[in-house]
Write a protein that binds this ligand. Structure first.
Ligand SMILES: Cc1cc2nc3c(=O)[nH]c(=O)nc-3n(C[C@H](O)[C@H](O)[C@H](O)COP(=O)(O)O)c2cc1C
Length: 164
């Protein structure tokens, strides 16, 4: 059974979680990047992100370096952007075929998780979906204690049920 973690991260939080999960499950890992970078100016970036997330935009992403046909389990991570997944992750889910694979979605957020996991599920019809993991970061940029324990419970459940 081979596992890969695919994630998008603008500020590093989702990347930190993705790296922890990859090490936890001895999985390969790849970051998703948009072809056109977002504006460096934070306000401009947030405004564009809002527009894209609200309109369901699918910005072009760089092709994956890994061949997904070699993996049966895929962990997909996204920050929360305006209550849904980051647009780059929507592009990923629409561009690659995850049918027949076991997919484990996770999100990071700062208190408004929105409907990220259900939105990801909608795009992943035909995959075997494991329950999603929602990780909340506090003002100190650390996982909240509740999310810390959810992380532990979720990874234990994954290990038990998927034997990875
Ligand atoms: C454009 C944009 C929209 C966001 N919308 C939400 C939101 O709806 N709910 C929330 O809790 N956090 C929201 N956030 C905060 C991020 O989801 C959160 O900080 C996340 O952990 C960032 O992950 P990253 O560091 O990997 O990019 C938003 C951030 C950005 C840049």
């Amino acid at each position: 059974m081979k596992t890969i973690v695919l994630y998008y991260s603008a500020g590093g939080a989702t990347e930190a979680a993705a790296k922890a999960l990859a090490s936890e499950f001895s999985a390969d890992i790849e970051r998703i990047d948009t072809l056109t970078p977002y504006p460096e100016d934070e306000e401009a970036m947030i405004a564009l992100g809002q527009k894209e997330a609200e309109t369901g935009a699918t910005p072009a992403i760089k092709p994956l370096a890994h061949d997904l046909s070699g993996y049966d389990t895929v962990i997909i991570g996204t920050p929360t952007w305006w209550y849904t997944m980051a647009p780059a992750v929507l592009t990923l889910l629409k561009s690659y075929d995850f049918k027949g694979k076991t997919v484990l979605p996770f999100q990071t957020h700062v208190g408004q998780p929105g409907h990220v996991i259900p939105d990801m599920r909608k795009e992943l019809k035909g995959s075997m979906l494991f329950s999603g993991l929602s990780l909340e970061y506090g003002k100190d940029k650390k996982l909240t204690p509740r999310s810390e324990s959810e992380y532990k419970e979720w990874t234990a459940a994954v290990r038990k049920e998927l034997k990875i």
